[in-house]
Design a protein around this ligand. Structure first.
Ligand code: NFE
Ligand code: MG
Length: 502
């Protein structure tokens, strides 16, 4: 029997996303992913001072603002012909690194873990930790109350095969609460050099408006040490525990198996710590930014045909026939690609097997006791995200040690009358690009192509479903009233619809 299901909303926070799935004999046979709002940042930016762009685009999102700020200043660096000083380059890496750490931690604990961990285990808690005691009374009073949203955001939830081991659940719930402190600490670490966070004040073309002092380096080092301890002793082991409890999720949620990375965290030799690359048809290809296009055949925008981003338009058409999402459909060389930590770690592993990332990917696969191709999956996304968090935090310590107190962190520049610039980076959720055109010293055109736009895109003009739409197909659904399996697949991508529709 065929059943149509609508899961709406499907994201825990991060904007409004819905998926419609067709289930036949307890298996998903078709999926549509929908972004359900319009925001219009690309329209708002037109006619403004180009220097406003890194501030305005950061407001696209509260989870990955640093990435938008970074893409914007990289586009402006190119348009103004300026490069950051050495301190500026390192500070940009550290601010973005801190943002990655908080984003990956919040994604696992707050946005995904409770799809596996049984929050109701808290009712068995008999210890004296005040945080857990508080949580216990909150969940119990919610369970007793006859209301629509008892104990939100924990209940209601789908029924499902949650972890049965009470001790494991209680320790993970404790880590859920601890991770909130760690996320705050990662923000404080980034704010040492960014003025404030989540929206960084100090990111500018030519570098970072911050004075490097020995005191700040020491403060950053101490925060980073605590974060690294949490990642190594808590986050990674929790992900590995969930992975061993749910081995079937290495088979579920495969996706298009085409992976894309623009490369991120600039190194001294003009390379990047995480390399760029394209994985398609089971092999590695060089990345060529000219092959990026956006299609809006099934999105609520006026023009349909694939445009290169520097010629792209954002003209809303809410009544358009055949459209079902406010998310456009980015494509690379006309093909569908998945972006994010899985893409980055996989491409680094294949391109630079003897680099730190390559070596740690080998260790991760040994530890998981899995074939490499099993990483193209729901659990593979969680595992590579956690590994990336560890490796970025580790590398931050080295960047920190290279800072030179007292030396300048930014170079001067002048905004030209006309100019163009492209800023390509990697946000925690994947490949992010800003395309800028300046005329009469003002922004003439601004287009953003965003990670979740890649992952959650609708079908394109050729009818090719987007990455999440492909990943959902074949997902087993045990109970159609509780499609927890589909939810786990979608959330493994860490979708942010606020970003996707921008
Ligand atoms: Ni709003 Fe963002 C996305 C990330 S884009 S979270 O998609 O990571 O920079
Ligand atoms: Mg856009």
């Amino acid at each position: 029997m065929t059943v149509q299901l609508q899961i709406d909303p499907i994201t825990r926070i991060e904007g409004h996303m819905a998926v419609n799935i067709t289930v036949d004999s307890h298996r998903v046979i078709e999926a549509h992913s929908k972004g359900e709002m319009f925001r219009g940042f690309e329209v708002i930016l037109k006619g403004r001072d180009p220097m406003d762009a890194q501030q305005i685009t950061q407001r696209i999102c509260g989870v990955c603002p640093v990435s938008h700020g970074t893409a914007s200043i990289l586009a402006q660096d190119a348009a103004y012909g300026v490069l950051p000083t050495e301190n500026g380059r390192l500070l940009r890496n550290l601010i973005l690194g801190a943002n990655y750490i908080q984003s990956h931690i919040i994604h696992f604990y707050q946005l995904s873990a409770l799809d596996y961990i049984d929050i109701t285990a808290i009712c068995q808690y008999t210890g004296r930790d005040p945080l857990l005691q508080d949580l216990k009374s909150w969940v119990e009073s919610g369970q007793k109350a006859n209301v629509l949203y008892p104990a939100a955001p924990f209940l209601p939830r789908y029924d499902g095969d949650y972890i049965p081991d009470t001790e494991l659940n209680l320790s993970a719930i404790h880590h859920y609460l601890k991770s909130l402190e760690m996320r705050a600490l990662a923000h404080q670490m980034g704010a040492l050099f960014s003025g404030k966070l989540p929206h960084a004040a100090s990111l500018v073309p030519g570098g970072v408006t911050e004075v490097v002092t020995a005191h700040k380096i020491a403060a950053c080092k101490s925060m980073l040490t605590k974060l690294r301890q949490f990642i190594d002793s808590t986050y990674l082991p929790d992900v590995l525990a969930v992975a061993s409890a749910y081995p079937e999720y290495f088979e579920i949620g495969k996706g298009p198996k085409n992976l894309l990375s623009y490369g991120v965290f600039s190194e001294k030799d003009a390379t990047t710590f995480v390399p760029d690359g394209v994985w398609m048809d089971d092999r590695l290809h060089g990345f060529d930014r000219e092959k990026i296009t956006e299609d809006a055949s099934h999105a609520f925008y006026r023009a349909n045909q694939p445009f290169a981003p520097d010629a792209g338009e954002t003209q809303p058409a809410p009544d358009k026939k055949g459209a079902y999402s406010w998310v456009k459909a980015p494509r690379y060389d006309g093909h569908v690609f998945e972006v994010g930590p899985l893409a980055r770690m996989w491409i680094a592993y294949k391109k630079q097997p003897s680099s730190d990332i390559g070596i740690w990917m080998g260790r991760l696969l040994d530890r998981l006791d899995r074939d490499p191709a099993d990483l193209f999956s729901t659990m593979g996304r969680h595992a590579t995200r956690a590994l990336e968090c560890k490796l970025v935090a580790q590398r931050c310590e080295q960047w920190l040690s290279q800072l030179k107190p007292g030396e300048s962190a930014c170079n001067d520049f002048r905004i030209p009358e006309t100019g163009v610039g492209i800023g390509l980076t990697e946000a925690p959720r994947g490949a992010l690009g800003h395309w800028l055109k300046i005329k009469n010293h003002k922004i003439h055109r601004y287009q953003c192509v965003v990670p979740t736009t890649w992952n959650c895109s609708p079908r394109d003009g050729k009818g090719q479903p987007g990455a999440v739409e492909q990943a959902l197909v074949d997902t087993p659904i045990g109970d159609e009233k509780n499609p927890i399996e589909a939810v786990r697949v979608v959330r493994s991508f860490d979708p942010c619809l606020a970003c996707a529709v921008h």
